[in-house]
Design a protein around this ligand. Structure first.
Ligand code: NAI
Ligand code: MG
Length: 490
């Protein structure tokens, strides 16, 4: 389906793609397609088959059939786990090829893509282990009855994912869905449609029965919406923008679908004067600039205690200026392009807003080069809490530095946002660390570290950063229905 070269330095050659429905590679019913780009050059790399509601309908029928009848519905839980482990092995064996394709289509550096692939393999193996450990309970009830619970699959799940971590988001969604026995119709992001097709091909090779995994590329407003509106889809799992989640939640209300959402953030990263400064500077740098800031947990509000503020921002700016920006497939590159012209324009718009609202542009703020969607690592200093660059998710390499004086003040300001995905604190003082961890409204809190995310630990947002949790045991709940069985005894 998708041909790729294996050497990380060479461009993959890709034919026109198709859709995967019922383990068959097929053309879309309406024959539509769109182009996908290499964000490092802006050049077209492939023509991608675009699904519409007619294809969604076919895929949902196939997923329903696989759920209710045939090998998947009868498969023992441990056999499901074995299939998942086999897929993990195949992904591991093809990791270099997949990482190369990921970098080529998404713009992330090859080292970041390799890191993502390790996360994909880990996630599949972690949930493979869950497959035969999804258990109910026996519950003591009044009277002569035996009551027990069963955790059964939610059913046909529609999974809609974004472009910033295409394969990792796929694994976070496939892992618990498959472990719990659901069937999947996935719509990857239109910006990054390629790697999901290759992994789907590996899933067929691993032996997943027809209909268990269906992949439909296409646009949100057509293919995505058709999935959300389809009466025979039981659940939608979504990662993306908060405004898209609102549309999905409204539309999903018509059929009362289960929904889980992983959305954006404006995460506070708080540096106290008593922190290890070397580590805190490196940590704050990584927090915002990892994957060019295209990360829902990006540490985009950098609170720095006023006593160290001057020295801290100088050291941060020094590192920003030394950042190696360029071809994502070059192993020495530290920052690749943003994913698209649209994202580049959005980020530059926020840079303009920062300047016009009176923040101090310390470094960066310009497009880098004249080809592709690169942008300089950017630092705004002396940002006020009510400026747009302190409130909105920019999703680029732009950090807002906000000086502060004390712990209570900074907790209040950290929480003064509609988001609540992640937060971090850098300090040697355990009282401050635990007070912050308890008080900050965020689904993930890091102490003296940042972006540490593992398949084993729950991940998700407070407030408008999401609903439900992915990863860990928490995701199992969101991919099962709980059934109570009561039996009259004697
Ligand atoms: P988006 O939310 O529009 O796209 C994410 C996914 O949702 C894509 O697969 C898209 O096709 C699909 N989608 C879009 N509209 C839909 C609809 N009406 N029904 C069903 N599915 C739909 O995000 P987009 O436009 O790519 O990025 C815009 C901003 O969203 C970014 O600048 C960033 O701030 C945020 N974002 C957050 C992410 C996160 O990890 N939390 C990931 C990607 C974007
Ligand atoms: Mg959008």
């Amino acid at each position: 389906m998708v041909q790729t070269a294996t050497a990380p330095s060479s461009a993959p050659t890709i034919r026109q793609t198709q859709l995967l429905i019922d383990n068959q590679w097929v053309d879309p019913v309406e024959g539509g397609s769109f182009e996908t780009y290499n964000p490092a050059t802006g050049e077209v790399i492939a023509t991608v088959a675009a699904a519409t509601s007619a294809d969604v309908d076919k895929a949902v029928k196939s997923a329903r059939k696989a759920l209710e009848k045939g090998p998947w519905s009868n498969m023992s839980a441990s056999e499901r786990g074995r299939l998942m482990n086999k897929l993990a092995d195949l992904v591991e064996r093809n990791a270099l090829e997949l990482a190369t394709l990921e970098s080529f289509n998404c713009g992330k550096t090859i080292s970041d893509s390799k890191g993502d692939l390790a996360g994909v393999v880990k996630t599949l193996r972690y949930y493979a282990g869950w497959a035969d450990k999804v258990e109910g309970r026996t519950i003591p009830v009044d009277g002569n009855f035996l009551s027990y619970t069963l955790r059964q699959p939610v059913g046909v799940v529609g999974q809609i994912i974004p472009w910033n971590f295409p394969l990792l988001m796929l694994a976070w969604k496939w892992g618990p869905a498959l472990a719990c026995g659901n069937t999947i119709v996935m719509k990857p992001a239109e910006q990054t449609p390629l790697t999901a097709l290759r992994v789907a091909e590996l899933a067929v090779e691993a032996g997943f029965p027809a209909g268990v995994i269906n992949i439909l590329n296409g646009f949100g407003e057509t293919a995505g919406a058709a999935l959300v509106n389809h009466p025979d889809v039981d659940k939608i799992a979504f990662t993306g923008h908060v405004d898209t989640a609102k549309i999905i939640q409204r539309q999903a209300a018509e059929t009362l679908k289960r929904t889980t959402f992983e959305l954006g953030g404006k995460s506070p990263n708080v540096i106290f004067a008593d922190a290890d400064l070397e580590q805190a500077v490196a940590g704050a740098f990584h927090a915002i600039y990892f994957h060019g800031g295209q990360c829902c947990t990006a540490g985009s509000r950098l609170f720095v205690e006023d006593r160290i503020h001057q020295e801290f921002v100088e050291r941060l700016a020094e590192k920003a200026k030394a950042r190696n920006i360029g071809d994502p497939l070059n192993p020495s590159t530290e920052q690749g392009p943003q994913v698209s012209q649209e994202q580049l324009d959005k980020i530059l718009h926020y840079v303009d807003l920062g300047k016009s609202q009176g923040a101090k542009l310390l470094t960066g703020g310009e497009r880098f080069g004249d080809k592709g969607y690169f942008i300089e690592p950017t630092i705004f200093d002396n940002v006020q809490d009510d400026m747009a660059i302190a409130k909105d998710e920019i999703f680029g390499p732009v950090v807002s530095v906000l000086p502060f004086k004390g712990v209570e003040e900074v907790i209040e300001r950290a929480n003064n946002t509609s988001y609540g995905l992640a937060a971090a604190i850098w300090t040697k003082n355990i009282d401050k660390a635990h007070l912050f961890a308890k008080s900050v409204k965020a689904g993930t809190v890091w102490v003296n570290c940042y972006h540490i995310v593992d398949a084993n630990t729950p991940f998700g947002g407070f407030k408008m950063s999401g609903q439900g949790r992915e990863n860990g045991e928490a995701a199992i709940e969101h991919y099962t229905e709980l059934k109570t069985v009561t039996v009259k005894l004697g």
